[in-house]
Design a protein around this ligand. Structure first.
Ligand code: PMP
Length: 317
């Protein structure tokens, strides 16, 4: 079997990667009721550091609340579990995947009583959206739209939401594109299959808001802050496909994708150079921030203690 990591944290224990298993009749597998996060750890001059750990844990807890899945750990305990998992796997850069699920046999859709479990895995982070993602991504507008939030709340990062991302992403891939751009049910631009989207028009940075049934991305939030700090006006609003196809620049943001400029949308070329100047400026700052080179954003990086240091810590529970 593929061994991408060394150990997986499961309900308080680090287990060997190959033994991180659940029962096949578990509720999450059958109905998609589970919530998760995607987090990155980066190498910095002072060792490994996790990007925006608190915000990811807060979103995990908020997502779990929407799905009636009280996580049996506090925010501080979940942060610890993530840091311990990263320390145990010693992979950098890494992609960390906390998953909240019901892992025991429990068929029946309305199961709200099955045991809620937390698992945290850390695997090597690879470049996403093709190897040349810094050079740009070819995307297409997907025939699959975002489900409206009155059907599936987009603000919760739920397992089941990704059947929609899967259909859109695979369609784009089979058509020879690297990523899909999904519209919301009213036809406004929403997001990529696993990324938020930004447009630049006349020096202003635009991105859809929650009314377009997007996930409120942690990277999106970081871009909004960095763009403002760099002096660009930032506007969250409904965005039409007209505004997308005639944008000066466009880019995706996401934990896995990081910042990826969009070169084409279907047959339309976006702007004249990729990345465009504003995207380049924001990307350059982002890369300094994640490498720990911008003291102003130091609070976005949580240092990863070594496993030895973690083991010396007194038990919390
Ligand atoms: N939208 C969707 C649908 C996603 O899956 C992701 C990835 N979590 C994002 C946006 C970007 O969110 P973040 O920046 O928090 O990774």
């Amino acid at each position: 079997m593929m061994t991408e990591g060394k150990q997986v944290w499961m309900d308080g224990r680090l287990v060997e990667f190959a033994n991180a298993r659940v029962h096949v009749l578990n509720h999450t597998l059958h109905y998609g009721v589970g919530v998760f996060e995607g987090i990155r750890a980066y190498p910095t001059p002072r060792g490994g550091a996790i990007f925006r750990l608190k915000e990811h844990v807060a979103r995990l807890i908020a997502s779990a609340r929407v799905y009636h899945m009280p996580i049996p750990y506090s925010a501080a305990e979940i942060e610890r579990a993530i840091l311990d998992t990263q320390a145990a796997n010693e992979i950098l850069p890494s992609y960390i995947r906390p998953l909240v699920y019901r892992g025991e046999p429990g068929l029946g859709v309305k199961n709200t009583t099955g045991k809620v479990s937390l698992a945290v895995a850390a695997i090597p982070a690879k470049k996403y959206l093709g190897d040349g993602s810094d050079a740009g991504v070819r995307a297409k507008i997907s025939p699959f739209r975002k489900p409206p939030s009155y059907a599936l709340p987009s603000y919760a990062k739920a397992v089941g939401n990704y059947v929609n991302s899967y259909l859109a992403g695979v369609d784009a891939q089979q058509e020879g594109y690297e990523e899909a751009i999904l519209l919301d049910s009213n036809g406004y631009v929403a997001e990529g299959s696993g990324e938020n989207i930004f447009l630049v028009r006349n020096g202003t940075v635009y991105t859809p808001g929650l009314e377009s049934d997007i996930l409120l991305g942690v990277t999106r939030d970081s871009v909004l802050r960095m763009a403002r700090d760099l002096g660009y006006p930032v506007v969250e609003k409904l965005l039409s496909t007209n505004e997308l196809l005639t944008a000066d620049e466009a880019f995706f943001s996401g934990t896995y994708a990081e910042l990826a400029p969009i070169t084409d949308v279907g047959h339309y070329k976006i702007g004249t150079e990729t990345p465009g100047p504003v995207t380049r400026d924001i990307m350059a700052l982002f890369h300094r921030v994640i490498r720990g080179e911008e003291s102003k954003y130091a609070s976005w990086l949580t240092p990863v203690p070594t496993l030895a240091a973690a083991a010396r810590r007194p038990a919390r529970r």
